[in-house]
Design a protein around this ligand. Sequence first.
Ligand code: NAD
Length: 367
Amino acid sequence: MPGIPMRSGGPKARIAVIPGDGIGTEVTPQAVKVLKAVAATANRPLEFVEFDWGADKYLREGITLPPGAVEMLRDEFDAILFGALGDPRVPSNQHAADILLGLRFKLDLYVNARPVELLHNRLTPLRDRTEKDIRLVVIRENTEGLYAGVGGFFKKGTPDEIAIQEDVNSRKGVERIIRYAFEHARQNGLKRLCMSDKSNAMTFAHGLWQRVFKELREEYTDIDSRHLYIDTLAMEIVRDPRQFDVIVTCNLFGDIISDLGAQLAGGLGLAPSGNIHPGKTSLFEPVHGSAPNLAGKGIANPLGSVLASAMMLDFLGWGPEANALRHAVRAALHENYVTPDLGGDKRTEEVGEWVAKKAGNKFAVQT
Ligand SMILES: NC(=O)c1ccc[n+]([C@@H]2O[C@H](COP(=O)([O-])OP(=O)(O)OC[C@H]3O[C@@H](n4cnc5c(N)ncnc54)[C@H](O)[C@@H]3O)[C@@H](O)[C@H]2O)c1
C-alpha cells in the first residue's frame, strides 16, 4: 500500500516479531523467511527480534504484556510483525486484550488500514467481477469507539442485569482518521472517498463524524467524497465494489466491513492489515485470528502475513522490496501454489519457501 507515511526510510530496520497463538505461530515464520530472502537479495539489513507473548506465557507465568514492553517497542524498533492471539484455554481472551488492544492503544496506532484487493479472478465469490473491479482500502479508526473499554455492569448475574458499553468518539480522534483517509487518497491518486457511519440512529456519536467530515471535505475538493450509512455501504460493496477506492469508518464498522471485504477478495487467509501511527513504530498483521480449528495442522495460509509484511516494507520506505513480495504472492496464486483454503494442496511451509524464493529472485531481476 504505497503512500503510507514512513517510519524512517533508512537503509536498516529493526523488526519486533510477535507470532502469538495458534496459526499465528505457523504463518509468521513464513513471512519472516520471505522478508529475509528479499532483504538478502536487496542487500539491506533487516534485524528481527522475536517475543513469545501469548497464551502459553500467560498460562505459565501470568504475564500478558510485560512491564516496559510498550516503551521498548516504541524506542528500539521501527515496526512490529504480529501473528494472532486467541486460545481456547483462555476463554476470557484477557491476554489478547492486554497485548493486541494494549499495543494499539498505548502506541496510539490510530489507523487500521485494510486493503481489499482481488489478486486473482477465481478468488472472488462475486459473479463476473475481475481483478480491476475490487481494489479498495478500508481505513478503520483503531483507538476509540466501542472498543475503548468504557462501560460496566449493573446488578451483574441477576435477572435485572444491565451491561453498558460506551461509544467513545473524540473530536481529535475523528478528525485525524478522516484526515488520514483523505491524505491517503490524495497521495495515491485515488479519486473517491466514502465516509460511513450510522448518524441517522447514533445521532450524538456519529453526528460528530458528520460535522468533521463536512468540514474536512472542503479542504479536499480534489477528492470525490460522499457519505453512506453503514447498512447501505454493506449492500453497495457487494452489489458493485467498483464504486469504492477509500472507505473511512469507525472502529466497530471498520472491523466488520473489512471482513466482508476480505471475503470479496479471497478470504481471511489472504487479507493484510496495518495498525499505524504515521512516523511512529507501527504494527502489521494478517486480518485473521489464531484459527484454533486449523492450528497444528500445518495448512494455514501464510499469504496474509506476507502481504502484511509488504505493507510494513512500504511503511519503512522499502517500496521495491514491498512490490517484490506482492509479485511473489500473485505468482503463487496464478500457479495455484497455495494452501487448501484457496483450493490448493500445499502446506504452510511449502508456500512460504516458494514465495521466499520467488520474492528474492524477482528483486534480483528488478535491480
Ligand atoms: N488480530 C487477532 O489476533 C485476532 C483477530 C481475529 C480473531 N482473533 C482470535 O482468534 C481466535 C479464533 O477466532 P475466529 O475463529 O473467529 O477467527 P479466525 O480468523 O481465527 O478464523 C475464522 C475462519 O477462517 C479460517 N482462517 C483464518 N485464517 C486462515 C488462514 N491463514 N488460512 C486458512 N484459513 C484461515 C479459519 O480456519 C476459520 O474457519 C479467537 O480467539 C479470536 O478472538 C484474533
